[in-house]
Design a binder for this molecule. Structure first.
Ligand code: NAD
Length: 455
């Protein structure tokens, strides 16, 4: 079991550097063997994972499958494609370089650091780890201290299945993060808030360590009038109230065409009752807020508008009912900060131009949702807004598509992962140019006299 005092941090990094130097992690069969071991570790510990998430977040079993254990699909995807990803890629050369060949060789970076967040505390560690293993790196992991049961479980599982000189878990809070960030890594992969992302990037700059920052922000959800109302309501409610709204890509607020606002609100309310019953506090399918600090932060948001559904709270259980908030001012705190909880403000617009202008007046979001069957409107929103990703006529599921790189832009993040993007994130593509000996043209060699005219 690895502990996290300063000398241990340095010791673990050095042992990983030594292990990386042996070249073992570069071997493709080693990488595949470790990916298989990771899959086995998850399968064998499925029940403990469910229990840890239940203890940390009251996360329903189905949500743990969808949001955490489903990371296994990423392992299968990496195993299936790894041979192909590792092949050097040919690059074209122009005609005057006819005797040369150019290729791109992916190579591992070395020793990488993964720092996780608490909301999907298993997935957000394991998913980048898959990329780090596939790309041939050694990895140090710092899970979030705010989900302590999952943090201990991740440490126990990974320390049981892997040697610390290859994969090591260092548990702890901000202090442990700071000790790690003081050291040099070959990449830091951070998931968390934009504010802490800036701290991570500043620390990384001291060593010129490259960073991938998977951050947050306010992800808008536009609802046009040309929709299937029932499907729209179900998909919004599911994506928003999954994990009690504590999902980085949850729709943060709705921008609704005023023509359908009344009907949409009715459909959302009906759907909430169907999903969680008349008292969601008794529903086995509804999670809790991670801690008291976040509970209090969210409870204040309830004062920022008119509650038209929900609004009940219970501090001792850290319960906040799924809540719809109407008549919200754009200057209210709930519209200025990322909500990251089960409160959904509903803003209406008269013309899509207004909705686009509002989105563009805020930092670039991680996700943008659009419900509309109108092709021209879809095209306009895609062309006139910028976001990490877009999902049309659904929510959240873009996270689960391995062939779609996942990441933010601007304040919502730097870099991306999932599928091949994870492999690329933890690789360096080495450019290799090769000449042959059958020809050696004279044009570039001195003396240069008279040669300029050939060019
Ligand atoms: P956070 O930034 O508070 O913490 C993330 C990690 O950073 C934790 O491991 C924590 O120990 C560490 N940390 C905290 N303060 C630090 C400091 N001063 N110095 C160094 N390390 C520090 O984020 P969080 O509360 O765990 O997660 C919520 C945020 O993460 C939200 O903004 C959410 O949108 C975002 N998020 C993004 C994604 C994504 O994939 N883009 C996924 C999940 C969560």
């Amino acid at each position: 079991m690895v502990t996290n005092n300063s000398s241990n941090v340095i010791d673990v990094i050095q042992k990983q550097r030594d292990f990386f130097q042996t070249g073992k992690t570069k071997d493709i069969s080693f990488r595949i063997e470790k990916l298989k071991a990771l899959k086995q570790a998850i399968v064998e510990n499925e029940q403990s994972i469910i229990q840890a998430l239940q203890a940390d977040l009251h996360k329903p079993e189905l949500e743990t499958y969808i949001g955490e254990i489903s990371v296994i699909k990423e392992i299968d995807y990496a195993i299936k494609h790894l041979h192909n990803w590792l092949k050097p890629k040919k690059a074209k050369v122009s005609v005057e370089f006819f005797s040369y060949s150019a290729r791109l060789y992916p190579e591992p970076l070395g020793v990488v650091l993964i720092i996780g967040a608490w909301n999907y505390p298993f997935n957000l560690i394991i998913s980048p780890l898959i990329g780090a293993i596939a790309a041939g790196n050694c990895t140090i992991i710092k899970p979030s201290e705010l989900a302590p049961h999952t943090s201990h479980l991740v440490a126990n599982i990974l320390n049981k299945y892997f040697e610390p000189e290859y994969i090591a878990v260092l548990e702890g809070g901000v202090e442990t993060s700071q000790k790690l960030l003081a050291e040099k890594f070959d990449r830091i992969f951070f998931t968390g808030s934009t504010a802490v992302g800036k701290i991570v990037m500043a620390a990384a700059a001291k060593h010129l360590t490259p960073v991938t920052l998977e951050l947050g922000g306010k992800s808008p959800c536009i609802v046009d009038s040309e929709i299937n109302l029932e499907h729209t309501a179900r998909r919004i409610i599911w994506g928003k109230f999954l994990n009690a709204g504590q999902t980085c890509i949850a729709p943060d607020y709705l921008l609704v065409d005023q023509k359908i606002k009344k009907n949409l609100v009715n459909a959302l309310q009906k759907c909430l009752k169907e999903f969680y019953g008349h008292n969601p506090a008794n529903s086995p399918d509804y999670a809790r807020i991670i801690n008291q600090k976040h509970f209090e932060r969210l409870a204040k948001f309830l004062e920022d508008g008119e509650i038209i559904f929900g609004g009940e709270t219970n501090p001792s259980e850290r319960y906040i009912a799924p809540t719809l908030l109407d008549k919200v001012s754009l200057t209210a705190t709930v519209m200025q900060e990322e909500i990251f909880g089960p409160i959904l403000p509903i803003i209406e617009y008269r013309d899509i131009t207004e909705a686009i202008a509002l989105i563009n007046s805020q930092p670039k979001p991680l996700a943008l949702y659009l419900f509309s069957q109108n092709k021209n409107l879809q095209k306009r929103v895609l062309q006139e807004t910028s976001s990490g990703g877009v999902c049309i006529n659904d929510t959240v599921l873009q996270f689960g598509i391995s062939s779609l790189p996942f990441g933010g832009v601007g304040d919502s993040g730097i870099g991306s992962y999932h599928g091949k993007a994870s492999f690329d994130t933890f690789s360096h593509y080495k450019s290799v140019l090769q000449n042959s000996f059958w020809l050696d043209l004279n044009w570039r060699y001195a003396p240069y006299k008279g040669k300029l005219s050939i060019l």
